[in-house]
Write a protein that binds this ligand. Structure first.
Ligand code: GTQ
Length: 350
């Protein structure tokens, strides 16, 4: 209990706590007790830096294959829970990440929801994701979009288990309390468009000669394949176009606007030369990285995250970080930067 001293200017003579107790009964509280913690001088992320090693995750994923079918689970996903945010189904304060497994012969039924999703394919061949009538084949390193309210289902007519990382913006959607979801009568969509259809139509330097209004907010391209994107970062590497912090990096973009692929999440692919020793970097977006190739480590504040192929690691908002490469490496990354930019919040410090 804090007892105030006499302050003639403000006529504070009484017991503050008694006053706090009195106003509390009317659902009121004194801002001055919490001002410094609600208006911080700098971001104070609740999220912790962490790495999920694929050596651990892979075996447990395959075990999950024996615990529940894709049909019973609707989505057979192990959530990557930030160790500082356990029980909240999130890897950062704004994003969800989970590893999804689909076994040969399985399908994960069609549904749609307000949350946007990206998939980053980790292991296995032969599965597909159908999005808005386009059947996108999934190969390792592919980056596949499922925009807000787009019908989607997954299937695996192949012979191998297939795993991918899902990143969804549901903590953001739920923050605004705007979640809706619907199922369809059919388990799988009738797909009228084949693999690569949207990329060919919209990502080849020409655009359909009609209204593109619906694609101002989100990219029309469903599947950004590794087969197309990797040679581009290789080109940057060869040309020496290597950022001292982010390496030879490209941003996945909406070909209609040049902006981010979705309003809530943005993604990058970067290649780094062997022995790269990155400068420190800091930004307000919390970033999820996936190692596609190579080995390295990332210093995040006073922590060092060691990673190799298929490992997933997270760097919280405003944590100073720097990458170091043991060999030539490729990192995919995704963050909430577009949402922060749209709201005027995003900052970086070089
Ligand atoms: O594939 O639709 O990881 O709805 C979480 C929720 C995946 C999906 C997740 C989902 C999905």
């Amino acid at each position: 209990m804090s007892v105030a001293t006499v302050d003639p200017k403000h006529n504070v003579t009484g017991n503050r706590q008694a006053f706090y107790d009195k106003i509390s009964k009317k659902d009121l509280a004194p801002l001055w007790e919490v001002l410094r913690s609600v208006v911080t001088k700098e971001p104070k992320s609740k999220c912790a830096p962490n790495v999920w090693k694929f050596d651990d995750v892979r075996g447990l994923m395959l075990e999950a294959g024996g615990v529940i079918s894709a049909e019973d689970a609707e989505r057979r996903v192990l959530v990557l829970e930030n160790p500082a945010l356990r029980g909240q189904s999130r890897i950062t304060n704004t994003l969800f990440a989970g590893m999804q497994l689909i076994m040969p012969g399985e399908i994960a039924e069609a549904h749609k929801h307000v949350s946007s999703a990206i998939r980053f394919v980790i292991e296995g061949e032969g599965a597909y994701t159908a999005v808005e009538g386009e059947k996108a084949q999934m190969s390792r390193g592919d980056f596949i979009l499922t925009p807000n309210w787009a019908p989607h289902d997954h299937g695996n007519p192949g012979k191998e288990p297939v795993m991918w990382l899902d990143v969804l913006d549901m903590p953001t959607v739920n923050h605004f309390e705007t979640s809706f979801m619907e199922h369809f009568d059919e388990k799988a969509q009738n797909t009228s468009r084949g693999d690569g259809d949207s990329l060919d139509r919209y990502g080849s330097g020409v655009l359909p000669d009609g209204s593109l209004q619906e694609f101002v907010r989100r990219s029309p391209v469903i599947n950004y394949t590794y087969a197309r994107t990797k040679p581009i970062v290789e080109r940057l590497m060869k040309a020496g176009d290597i950022d001292p912090r982010h390496g030879a990096r490209v941003r996945y973009s909406n070909p209609v606007t040049g902006g981010h692929v979705m309003p809530t999440m943005g993604a990058y692919l970067a290649m780094f030369p062997k022995g790269f020793k990155g400068k420190d970097y800091q930004s307000t977006d919390s970033t999820i990285f996936v190692c596609v190739e190579g080995h390295g480590r990332t210093k995040v504040g006073d922590k060092t995250l060691e990673w190799g192929p298929n490992d997933v690691f997270v760097v919280p908002s405003w944590h100073k970080y720097a990458h170091e490469m043991k060999d030539q490496a490729v990192l995919f990354s995704i963050s909430d930067r577009p949402a922060q930019e749209a709201l005027g919040f995003w900052r970086e410090r070089l």
